[in-house]
Design a protein around this ligand. Structure first.
Ligand code: CO
Length: 208
């Protein structure tokens, strides 16, 4: 990649936006009011806004390796709290993707240095769902199932936060688990039944 191309592309992008709406930058500079928080993977092929067809101002975005929502990660917790409390988003999306390098790395037993404590959280998801995953003999299918189960667990982590618990008492805030199929470009709604899952875990996490 030629870095100077980036600046040329930027000039073209500005012009394209102004051609459609001469007031575009004036409008976005007034403030943001996105309806959706998107938590996805840092993978360069899974472009948040592009694949959802949304423009500037429409999605608040957080990306990290394997779209994790970890309660001790100040970064994701800051994004989530800001989106829920200040921006008052109505939708929180956790989007994983097939072919996720983070998920694959977590399934290897080799020492990956600084990545270990991060991947540990994915290994915990594997342990939680071991009986389901160990029944799947096809390696590719097992990866895919872990991608989906990881999305499910990260959605539960979103729901467990005080910010979402508090917000859900005063407004209709929805959590969604999605997977981006890198082979087809398709965005898949996992249609996770959170009501049922939460019923099982409410007591443990003292949610009400
Ligand atoms: Co990934």
């Amino acid at each position: 990649m030629n870095i100077s191309d980036v600046f040329k592309n930027n000039e073209k992008w500005i012009q394209k936006k102004l051609d459609v709406d001469p007031d575009f930058f004036n409008k976005i500079s007034q403030g943001q009011n996105p309806d959706l928080l998107y938590i996805g993977c840092s993978d360069s092929r899974v472009t948040a806004e592009d694949m959802m067809g949304v423009g500037p101002g429409e999605a608040f975005v957080h990306r990290n390796v394997a779209n994790m929502v970890i309660s001790t990660d100040l970064n994701v917790m800051t994004v989530l709290n800001y989106a829920v409390n200040q921006l008052e988003v109505d939708h929180v999306v956790v989007c994983g993707h097939y072919g996720c390098g983070g998920i694959q790395a977590a399934l290897q037993s080799e020492d990956l240095g600084i990545l270990n404590p991060w991947l540990r959280n994915i290994r915990d998801v594997y342990r939680l769902h071991r009986s389901t995953l160990d029944k799947i003999s096809d390696k590719e299918e097992k990866y895919k199932k872990l991608v989906e189960l990881n999305v499910q667990e990260q959605c539960i982590n979103v729901i467990k936060t005080a910010a979402v618990q508090k917000a859900s008492k005063s407004r209709d805030i929805k959590v969604h688990g999605w997977v981006f199929d890198i082979h087809t470009g398709k965005l898949i709604d996992l249609k996770i039944d959170f009501e049922k899952i939460l019923k099982d875990i409410m007591e443990i996490y003292q949610l009400d």
